[in-house]
Design a protein around this ligand. Structure first.
Ligand code: TYM
Length: 331
């Protein structure tokens, strides 16, 4: 069965961007592929979280994975830091990664701009750690949102370069994958850009109905369409994207027509959007509460997942060592 790998950083709760951009694909893919979904706790260290926050976030994401429908009977769920083999591969890949290409990664440049006092080496080599996550399982498909495309390009480069340097066909080139027609960028409610934790514009899967409704109510809009069939400004386009993913197609069509004939009332649109968003999130939120109080279950899932992930990574690393030229005599 084809291998699939993906992960999410534990920097708080999952939001609708994570859910529609990645997790809904995880849930579908576990039916047809050999899936490994992990919690990228090493990656979250680039922003130096406090130990208590990190511990809480890892547990939260684990409970949220389960609440979204990732099934440990069908997919392997593990915590990145439980699989030390990743670090060894990370080191090998870093030996073949160049400063120029790492420096050109947009997410690095953005992060460097946002945290100028903490432009650390981990941030710089973030894409090679991500490549190690993927290549250690020789994954072919990686379900991610649009914002991860450049990191995926780096993962393919790492695979190609390793194969070229050692003259082998060892690592397959992993492809980013989504079930939707194109890679998704779920927008935030602040009128521009993507939904993201550091942007502070998120609707979280643990938000209650009132919180969701208030967030949607406050979303930026314009005064209304003045010319029939005119293009939508970004903040309106964003609301329509959210309608498209949370509401029924006829609801989207109705408001699209109201925009085009200039009779749209954003109060009505927001009311409808909030209601539909609450309907998507409510059952997930209820399951999050159930799972997060079940420490025994969470520990069992993480332990069993770690074992399976380690076994898969260890097999790859044994072969990698041999390819690189480490002699088995030495151990
Ligand atoms: P992270 O934690 O930022 O996001 C997790 C996943 O959610 C997707 N996502 C979005 N998709 C669409 N619209 C949005 N607004 C939105 N916000 C987040 C992301 O594309 C991602 O798929 N580097 C990764 C974690 C990672 C990883 C990996 C992923 C580490 N190693 C190996 C795949 C394979 C990250 O920071 O994702």
């Amino acid at each position: 069965m084809e291998k699939v790998v993906s992960g999410i950083r534990p920097t708080g709760n999952l939001h609708l961007g994570n859910y529609f951009g990645a997790v809904t694909s995880f849930v579908k893919m576990q039916e047809d592929y050999d899936c490994m979904f992990f919690i990228a706790d090493w990656h979250s260290l680039t922003t130096q979280p406090k130990p208590g926050d990190l511990r809480r976030s890892v547990k939260t994401i684990l409970a949220e994975y389960l609440a979204c429908g990732i099934d440990p009977e069908k997919a392997t769920i593990y915590i990145q830091s439980d699989v030390k083999e990743t670090l060894e591969l990370y080191l090998y890949l870093n030996m073949n990664a160049y400063l120029g290409e790492l420096g050109r990664v947009t997410t690095f440049k953005e992060k460097a701009r946002k945290q100028p006092n903490n432009v650390n080496a981990g941030l710089f080599t973030y894409p090679t750690l991500m490549a190690a996550d993927i290549l250690q399982h020789k994954a072919l498909k990686v379900p991610v949102g649009k914002d991860q495309q450049q990191n995926m390009e780096m993962a393919r480069k790492c695979a190609r370069r390793f194969n070229n340097i050692y003259g082998v066909e060892f690592f397959p080139e992993p492809q980013d994958f989504t079930y939707s027609a194109k890679a998704l960028k779920i927008p935030g409610l602040d009128g521009s850009g993507k939904m993201g934790k550091s942007e502070g514009n998120c609707v979280y899967l643990c938000d209650d109905d009132k919180t969701i409704t208030n967030k949607v109510k406050k979303a930026l809009t314009v005064s209304g369409a003045e010319v029939p069939n005119s293009p939508k400004p970004e903040c309106i386009e964003n609301l329509f994207t959210l309608l498209e993913i949370c509401s029924a197609p006829e609801v989207y069509k109705f408001y699209d027509e109201r925009w085009n004939d200039c009779t749209i009332r954003f109060g009505d649109l927001k009311k409808q959007l909030a209601e539909d968003m609450c309907n998507v999130i409510r059952p997930i939120r209820e399951r999050i509460m159930e799972f997060s109080s079940n420490d025994t279950l969470l520990e069992k899932i993480a332990r069993e997942g770690a074992e399976r992930a380690r076994e898969s990574a260890a097999k790859t690393l044994r072969e990698v060592r041999e390819i690189i030229g480490f002699t088995p005599v030495a151990r």
